[in-house]
Design a protein around this ligand. Structure first.
Ligand code: CDP
Ligand code: CDP
Length: 226
């Protein structure tokens, strides 16, 4: 039987990480772990518990006592906080606006990274996020860094909202993306940067299927080398 590998996919908001990771995982029969959803779930709980998102100590002890569960299914992953399903709620603009502050705290990151490493410990996982190749899985057999112009990334999010019948303002999305890119890239602990050994793919003029296909061929090469 074929050896399994781990695949790390990093990049800024709207680069296509989750769409492409899901496709790659399903193609290879791997699990897909959306690490952004984990930070979003904590941000969701902070908002609903009236916890100050600037207070790293309170947030990391809250995380300690939180039952954060991910389930994997063909029709999509689901995420639960203390038995409440938050799969859709973590995509709200309120959570989106708070998540970069929540994810910047050292204590929060340390605990999340441990959880993510545990989830990936038996290999055969595709993880997407900001620090997978640099911090969570520095030994991943394949690392990919996805980029696209900020205009293209904002348009993708906008079309997604329109398609789902959500209200959407392109300029506001562009502002949010730029603000988050900036916060995520300049924070002190494991900022968003390309790992030295990551393959960079500019997806601006590629479809999600094309990107997934390239990553699958890279993955098959790496699997054969195992
Ligand atoms: O999908 P989108 O790019 O909008 O964001 P996400 O992947 O759901 O991540 C939400 C936020 O979580 C990011 O803006 C980061 O602040 C944080 N994050 C992180 O710090 N490290 C990760 N590995 C994943 C997400
Ligand atoms: O996870 P991340 O924030 O990096 O992006 P996403 O939520 O997976 O992708 C945002 C949108 O861009 C989705 O609606 C995709 O269908 C679309 N898209 C893509 O992911 N990749 C392309 N190369 C082109 C479009």
């Amino acid at each position: 039987t074929m050896k399994k590998i781990n695949i790390a996919i990093d990049g800024p908001a709207g680069a296509g990480k989750s769409t492409v990771s899901r496709k790659v995982a399903s193609e290879l029969g791997y699990i897909y772990i959306d690490t952004g959803a984990m930070y979003r779930a904590l941000a969701w709980k902070a908002i609903h518990s009236n916890v100050d998102i600037q207070d790293g100590q309170v947030l990391s002890s809250m995380l300690e006592s939180t039952n954060l569960q991910l389930t994997y299914a063909i029709d999509g992953n689901r995420i639960f906080v203390d038995d409440n399903e938050v799969t859709d709620d973590i995509r709200s603009s309120e959570v989106t606006a708070s998540v970069s502050a929540v994810s910047a705290h050292a204590g929060v990151r340390e605990k999340m990274v441990k959880k993510q490493q545990d989830l990936a410990s038996s290999k055969g996982a595709v993880l997407d996020g900001r620090d997978i190749g640099t911090t969570v899985l520095p030994q991943a057999e394949l690392k990919v860094f996805l980029t696209a112009s900020v205009e293209e990334r904002a348009k993708r999010r906008h079309f997604e909202n329109v398609e789902k019948g959500r209200s959407s303002d392109l300029q506001m999305i562009m502002n949010d993306i730029q603000l988050r890119d900036d916060k995520d890239s300049t924070r002190k602990i494991s900022p968003l940067i390309k790992a030295e050994d990551a393959v960079e793919i500019d997806t601006t003029s590629l479809s999600a299927d094309e990107v997934a296909e390239s990553i699958c061929s890279l993955a098959l090469e790496r699997i054969q080398k195992q």
